[in-house]
Design a protein around this ligand. Structure first.
Ligand SMILES: *Cc1c(COP(=O)(O)O)cnc(C)c1O
Length: 368
């Protein structure tokens, strides 16, 4: 093999825009406006436009972008919030951090997103909100979720940390719920060079509250109306993201093209990602499913192909949620999927020859 296959290649991406990034960073360094510099507002305007929302508030991480909306709605100890167990820990962690109770609903076996048909059974008098996660780059079944939210007067927070730019019936991720949350963790579809996140909303009152919460509950310096956090997005990250935003649509197109190209070649061997006809999938991850996952994973790694498992253990079985009282078998589709899912390398700059080598190696495994 003449080259090394990367799972995602952030160095290659940096090299393609090195001059622009370096200029943007220098500008901030010379301005010394490291906190709340002008790039923050500029980025927020651009992202609100991109996500089809009225307001965008930069925050310190995707996790904060989920936590702050729950703080803004005054989530109380004992309140319940419905979400999926087949996601990154942050989606549910934020609920429990506020002493509220995560209520897990099993996933759809095809999209791996929360099964919207199973939500209503779990709604009680204590339910305050639903956090659907748009997993891997595909939005959850939002019409059904929004109908339930309306019927039971619940808040919807879209966890779009993996799905900036994804669409459901032509509507962008983050534009349908009361809030949307984005992460700029480096490996996300729009990543910064550190931690970062964004809260999106159409509600002016919520926007105002999030702006206060990210800055110690304060609008006027040393006047603290609410309890908040130090949860700001710093100016350097904003400057970097402003450069990267110019390429975002192009990157998402490349990801979608590569994702569909994988599926075309692998569909006879593994379960390739099912794309709901309402959706535009932006492939933050390309995840296949097979009963021989562990063997295939080892084979690929032995042949120089990096892989990842998102996620090997569903959240209802995590030690930190032990007191919620779930046990193995409670959410069988999530559990089975955790045993069978495998993510293959994908990134916008991935050459087709590299992708072909991944495909050939997967096919070799099944032909042996
Ligand atoms: C990455 C991610 C988060 C958390 O984002 P951070 O920026 O790492 O805090 C939350 N939810 C999902 C689904 C994610 O993939």
């Amino acid at each position: 093999m003449g080259f090394k296959i990367e799972f995602t290649d952030l160095h290659k991406q940096y090299k393609l825009m090195e001059a622009e990034i370096d200029v943007a960073i220098k500008k901030v360094l010379n301005s010394t406006k490291f906190i709340n510099g002008p790039e923050l507002g500029e980025l927020e305007t651009k992202l609100a436009q991109f996500c089809q929302t009225k307001f965008a508030m930069g925050v310190a991480s995707g996790t904060d972008a989920l936590l702050m909306p729950l703080m803004a709605i005054n989530l109380q100890p004992g309140d319940e919030v419905i979400t999926t167990p087949f996601t990154f820990i942050a989606s549910a962690e934020v609920i429990a951090l506020l002493k509220a109770k995560p209520v897990f609903v099993d996933i759809d076996p095809q999209t791996y997103n929360i099964d919207a048909n199973k939500i209503e059974d779990k709604i009680t008098k204590k339910t305050r909100a639903i956090i659907p996660v748009h997993l891997y780059g595909q939005m959850a079944d939002m019409d059904k979720i929004m109908d339930l939210a309306k019927k039971y007067n619940l808040i919807v927070i879209e966890d779009a940390c993996q799905s900036i730019g994804a669409e459901y019936k032509g509507r962008k991720a983050c534009s349908m719920g009361d809030f949307g949350a984005l992460s700029f963790f480096p490996a996300k579809n729009l990543g910064c060079y550190g931690d970062g996140g964004m809260v999106l909303t159409n509600n002016e009152n919520y926007a105002k509250k999030i702006r206060m919460i990210r800055q110690h509950g304060s609008e006027i310096r040393y006047e603290h109306t609410l309890l908040g956090l130090n949860g700001r997005l710093d100016t350097l990250q904003c400057a970097i993201l402003l450069v990267k935003m110019k390429y975002l649509n192009q990157w998402l197109e490349h990801r979608t093209r590569l994702g569909l190209r994988y599926s075309e070649q692998l569909k006879d061997y593994v379960q390739t990602p099912f794309i709901n006809p309402n959706n535009k999938h932006v492939f933050n991850y390309y995840a296949i499913k097979t009963e021989r996952r562990d063997e295939l994973n080892k084979y690929l790694n032995d042949h120089g192909i990096p892989t990842a498992i998102y996620y090997p253990k569903p959240l209802h079985l995590q030690e930190c949620f032990k007191t919620l009282g779930y046990k193995k078998g409670d959410l069988p589709i999530s559990e089975k999927t955790s045993d069978q899912i495998l993510s293959l390398p994908i990134y916008p700059e991935m050459p087709e020859e590299e992708q072909d080598m991944v495909v050939e190696t997967v096919i070799d495994f099944f032909k042996k």
